[in-house]
Design a protein around this ligand. Structure first.
Ligand code: FUB
Length: 310
C-alpha cells in the first residue's frame, strides 16, 4: 500500500494501516474511536475491527469487535457500522448480506456490547430492517440522537434515504403519527452513506454521491430545520484531489472537545484501481461565518495532535 511520509508529529493519511472504508468516528470512554468496514471482496467481509486514540495521531487496533459467527443471519458483506451509547450498552447497527430484493435474508442488524471494543452480540436474532422501503436498499445505517433523546435511524442505498424512529431498547421502530415507519428524505444527488449532526440549532444532513468504486465518489450536504428536512442540496464538500487521492467519500464527522471539527472518510490512494483498496483518512472540516461547510482540503499530512483530555 502507498504510504506517504507525513509532516512530523501529524497523523498522516491514512491514519491506520490496511484496507478499510465507511469510517464511523465517535467519542467514547474518553477516547476517539473509529469503526470502519473491512474493505475486501463481499465474501470476506465477515467482521469489524475498531481503532481508538487519545490524540487522533496514534491509533490502537481492536480486532474483530464483531464477528458474523455471532450474528446467525449475517453471512457476508458486513458493512458500514454506526454505533451509539445508551445506558450501559453500546448499540452497533450494520448492514449485512447486500440484499438485492425483499425475499433475500439480510438488511440492517443490531448488535450490542458493554464496551466499544466489544465483543458485540446479536441483539435481535434477525435484521431490524429486512425489506426495501421507498426504494432504499437496507444498508449504510446511521443513528442520530436528537436533543430530546429520540434516536433516529437514517439509512439507505440505491439512491434512496429513509428516516425512522428507534424504540427505547433498539429492538424495533416506532411508527409515526400517520402509521408509517419510514419517511423518505432523499435529497438531490443522494446515493448512500448518510450522516447527520446538529450545530447552532440546524440539522446538517450529509451523504455520499457518485459511485464508490470510481474516482468521483464525493460527499455533499444540506441543512434542514428537523431530521425530516426538507433537505435542499447545498453542495459538495469532499471529493478527489488528483494530486492526493481519488474516490474520497463515505465519511463521518467528529467534534473534538477542543472545539475543532474533523471529517473522517475513506479514499483510494493514487494509482490504485482495485475497488476495495480504500483507506481511512482524517482532515479538518471548517465552516464559514454563516454556518456553511467549506470544501475540505484533503491532505497527505492529516491532522495535528488533538488531545482528548489535555
Ligand atoms: O463498503 C461497502 C459499501 O461501500 C458501503 O456500504 C457503501 O456505502 C460504500 O461505501
Amino acid at each position: 500500500m502507498f504510504l506517504a511520509s507525513p509532516q512530523s508529529g501529524r497523523s498522516g493519511n491514512p491514519i491506520v494501516p490496511g484496507w478499510y472504508a465507511d469510517p464511523e468516528a465517535r467519542i467514547f470512554e474518553g477516547e476517539y474511536w473509529i469503526f470502519p468496514t473491512y474493505s475486501a471482496p463481499y465474501n470476506d467481509q465477515l467482521f469489524f475491527d475498531a481503532f481508538s486514540s487519545k490524540d487522533l495521531v496514534s491509533w490502537t487496533k481492536h480486532p474483530r469487535i464483531l464477528d458474523v459467527d455471532h450474528i446467525t443471519w449475517a453471512k457476508r458483506a458486513v458493512w458500514a457500522p454506526t454505533i451509539v451509547q445508551k445506558g450501559e450498552w453500546y448499540y452497533l447497527l450494520f448492514g449485512a448480506n447486500d440484499i438485492q430484493n425483499d425475499p433475500q435474508l439480510g438488511g440492517l442488524g443490531v448488535a450490542r456490547a458493554k464496551h466499544p471494543a466489544g465483543p458485540f452480540e446479536d441483539h435481535l436474532g434477525k435484521p431490524l430492517v429486512d425489506k426495501f422501503h421507498n426504494g432504499a436498499q437496507p444498508i449504510d445505517p446511521f443513528v442520530f440522537a436528537d436533543d430530546d433523546g429520540t434516536h433516529y435511524l437514517i439509512y439507505g442505498g440505491w439512491k434512496h434515504c429513509n428516516v425512522a424512529k428507534l424504540n427505547a431498547d433498539f429492538t424495533g421502530l416506532v411508527p409515526f403519527a400517520d402509521g408509517s415507519a419510514f419517511k423518505e428524505i432523499t435529497p438531490e444527488g443522494y446515493v448512500e452513506g448518510s450522516w447527520m449532526f446538529k450545530k447552532d440549532g440546524k440539522y446538517y444532513f450529509m451523504w455520499s454521491e457518485g459511485g464508490w468504486t470510481g474516482p468521483n465518489y464525493a460527499v455533499a450536504y444540506a441543512i434542514g430545520t428537523s431530521p425530516f428536512g426538507p433537505f435542499v442540496r447545498a453542495g459538495k464538500i469532499l471529493s478527489q484531489d488528483p494530486k492526493v487521492a481519488t474516490g474520497a467519500g463515505h465519511h463521518s464527522v467528529l467534534r473534538a472537545p477542543s472545539g475543532k471539527w474533523y471529517i473522517v472518510y475513506h479514499r483510494r490512494p493514487l494509482g490504485e484501481t482495485d475497488r476495495n483498496h480504500r483507506v481511512v483518512c482524517i482532515d479538518e472540516m471548517r465552516f464559514d461565518a454563516n454556518g456553511a461547510i467549506l470544501p475540505v482540503v484533503i491532505t497527505i499530512d492529516g491532522v495535528a495532535p488533538d488531545l482528548i483530555r489535555p
